[in-house]
Design a protein around this ligand. Structure first.
Ligand SMILES: Nc1ncnc2c1ncn2[C@@H]1O[C@H](COP(=O)(O)OP(=O)(O)OP(=O)(O)O)[C@@H](O)[C@H]1O
Ligand SMILES: [Mg+2]
Length: 258
């Protein structure tokens, strides 16, 4: 089983869009996939049409000892793709979680017996107990980056957060989260600025920058509005083609690792 967190402390860079379409693409490739929405905004849940009214969500999973993944997993409209949804109740749950013992290890423990080929975790753009739980569950991190002037600013502190979590908490359970890939999103024909930012990213991450680049494509937003993965909204659009390529590249990298 591969566990991948989609994370960047910068907001609006395509984390949820990538979580939804990578999960859907892996499921379409025949993999059994669990998407965990760890963001109180609940965008991954909404984008796949998962309802949370009168249901237990990831908030209960993290805060109630007797709540198990069986209580919170919902099937999606896509075969092989299940979701542990989230909504704004996760904000209060995060405050409660932050006061409990071994607070960073709760998600890891609850997912221990999950039987999936892939677990994809969508994260919020805030470093808090939820993000620590994601880094202590996932062994791989995909970092979506939008090539703009500010995109490099937060990367160093983001990498420090991962290293610090690995050293202080991961070492206790022999867990080490690694950046598996850097994914360029909202990609447009290169301007001089984006070329400079891309060069800087390649200096830091080398071959970890995915060959696949996700173009700016309004079909990706429209798909979310209609609660569908892009493959079911407009299978021929450039966004669908790019996420299809990302699925292949992710599976290829994991084959090389194992
Ligand atoms: N490649 C793209 N082309 C056009 N629009 C996109 C693309 N990727 C994402 N979007 C849109 O941009 C907005 C932000 O994307 P998304 O929600 O995936 O970012 P995020 O990193 O999850 O944001 P947050 O930090 O708030 O969780 C959404 O409205 C989404 O539909
Ligand atoms: Mg999001």
């Amino acid at each position: 089983m591969h566990k991948i967190a989609i994370s960047n402390q910068k907001g609006g860079v395509g984390k949820s869009t990538t979580s939804i379409n990578l999960s859907a693409g892996l499921a379409r490739a025949g993999k059994k996939v669990l998407l965990v929405d760890l963001d109180p905004q609940g965008h991954s849940s909404l984008g796949l049409g998962i309802k949370t009214e009168n249901r237990q969500t990831v908030a209960e999973l993290l805060c109630q000892d007797n709540c198990t993944i069986k209580d919170v997993i919902q099937p999606s409209y896509i075969e092989n793709l299940h979701v542990i949804p989230s909504d704004n109740s996760l904000s209060a749950a995060e405050v409660k979680l932050a006061q409990t013992t071994a607070k960073e290890f709760v998600l890891r423990k609850k997912l221990k017996n999950a039987e999936y080929d892939f677990i994809i975790i969508d994260t919020s753009p805030t470093f808090n107990t939820l993000l620590a739980n994601a880094f202590l569950t996932a062994e791989h991190i995909i970092l979506p980056v939008q090539l703009d002037f500010f995109s490099l600013a937060g990367i160093q502190s983001f990498m420090e957060s991962i290293n610090c979590t690995n050293e202080k908490a991961g070492s206790l359970v022999e867990h080490h989260a690694n950046i598996m890939g850097v994914l360029l999103t909202f990609y447009k024909t290169r301007s001089n600025l984006s070329k400079r930012v891309l060069d800087a990213l390649k200096d830091i991450f080398g071959e970890k920058v995915f060959d696949t680049k996700i173009p700016e494509n309004v079909k990706l937003s429209e798909a979310q509005e209609s609660s569908k993965a892009v493959f079911d909204h407009d299978p021929k659009c450039s966004g669908a083609e790019a996420y299809h390529n990302l699925v292949k590249e992710v599976m290829g990298r994991l084959t090389n690792v194992n």
